[in-house]
Write a protein that binds this ligand. Structure first.
Ligand code: SF4
Length: 383
């Protein structure tokens, strides 16, 4: 008989995993989703808060939530926007847990960052825990390569992992600057430990830096020594953490071939978190912000199959009715944790803040914040 896994319980917002970067306990009562006044309630609470609150909405959020965002963007743009609003007492982050942590790191101490649902984590960020990464570093030390390895951590990682990266002289990167981050890292050392998304690391190293697939090894945190011998670690140039995005990782080469058959002349546009064979078969590869720009600039009448989160693809299709924009996969797939933030959670957050009560505040402890900021600042200094 199948048993319910801790991961499944977490997705349902139940149970708690002490190794997870996200919490799952949300205090207080939620308004009913069927309440016909939810939009009016959100507007009224937003008006009461005025400039004291700044609402950030990630591109993958639901329409019912994104309509209340003061600014929309990818995780890095939103963290920058939060930092640019020192007068806002409350930063309401409609995104996932690691993004709210980054906003807390980059904002001032008096600002309070709030995540409307604490169960809105990121499955990719959860694939690299602090404990596992420390263990990996010990393995690298035993193999004699820790001194020559530079950690590069994707923005989509917990504050703990960013702090680890800062402590070991590495940098954070985004999907837009991963190549520049790797170029910088290879000037500092001989190898890179890329966390936590193996696909972004591999795609950048192989397709943009000219490394071969044989230069890359995958460190599996669930196997002794990552499932690698010391010699394999010594021979590798890129040590990729075995993590992936559950949304982008589902696109396959079959999805690309199918859509090319269904829509002759279609352009395939995918995010670099997709698997290597998908990215290799695509026509254009780019970050969320690049995907938005490419579609804005595409000529009327052109056809696009887009491999990224479905809320965004739908919104882009609505925004550009003169172009044919379809989801790359036949099966719909939202980011389940991003989708946890819905109108009832937003209403509860805004109303409680307007009443002076701060629910679901996200804070990063000062030591972690200091080290994580070293890695974030290094990213900002990338040439
Ligand atoms: S889309 Fe992927 S990387 Fe982004 S929050 Fe969801 S699981 Fe994480």
């Amino acid at each position: 008989m199948p048993t319910t896994t801790p991961a499944a319980l977490l997705l349902l917002g139940r149970s708690a995993d002490p190794r997870s970067e996200r919490g799952v306990e949300c205090p207080g009562d939620l308004p009913l989703p069927s309440d016909p006044d939810l939009v009016a309630r959100a507007r009224a609470a937003r008006d009461r808060l005025g400039d004291r609150a700044f609402v950030l909405g990630h591109h993958y959020q639901r329409d019912e939530v994104i309509q209340f965002a003061d600014v929309t963007g990818d995780s890095f743009k939103l963290a920058q926007q939060a930092a640019a609003r020192p007068d806002a007492e409350y930063i309401v982050f409609c995104g996932v847990h690691f993004m709210a942590e980054s906003a807390d790191i980059l904002t001032t101490d008096h600002q309070k960052v709030v995540l409307p649902d604490l169960a809105a984590g990121c499955s990719m960020a959860d694939m690299a825990t602090h404990e596992q990464v420390e263990e990996c570093w010990e393995t690298l030390a035993e193999a004699g390569v820790a001194d020559t390895t530079v950690p590069v951590s994707y923005m989509n990682s917990s504050a703990d992992i960013k702090a680890f990266t800062g402590r070991h002289g590495g940098t954070v990167c985004t999907s837009s600057n991963a190549k520049r981050a790797l170029e910088w890292a290879f000037e500092q050392g001989e190898k890179v430990l890329f966390l936590p998304d193996q696909h972004l690391g591999r795609n950048t190293a192989v397709l943009e830096m000219g490394l071969s697939l044989d230069d890359c090894v995958v460190y599996n945190p669930h196997r002794p020594n990552g499932g690698l011998t010391h010699q394999q670690l010594r021979d590798a140039t890129m040590i990729l953490w075995r993590g992936h995005c559950s949304v982008h990782g589902r696109f396959s080469l079959d999805s690309v071939n199918d859509v090319r058959e269904r829509i002759p002349g279609v352009n395939v546009l995918v995010h670099p978190e997709c698997r290597h064979e998908v990215v290799s078969a695509a026509d254009v590869v780019g970050s969320t912000e690049k995907i938005i720009k490419v579609l804005e600039e595409a000529p009327a009448g052109s056809a696009w199959a887009v491999g990224t989160e479905l809320n965004l693809v739908r919104r882009l299709a609505d925004r550009h009715p003169d172009k044919e924009i379809v989801f790359l996969d036949k099966t719909v797939c939202f980011c389940s944790t991003m989708n946890r933030i819905d109108l009832p959670h937003l209403v509860r957050t805004l109303e409680s803040l307007a009443d002076g009560q701060v629910l679901n505040r996200i804070t990063v402890d000062p030591e972690t914040e200091h080290l994580a900021k070293l890695a974030l600042d290094q990213m900002l200094r990338l040439p």
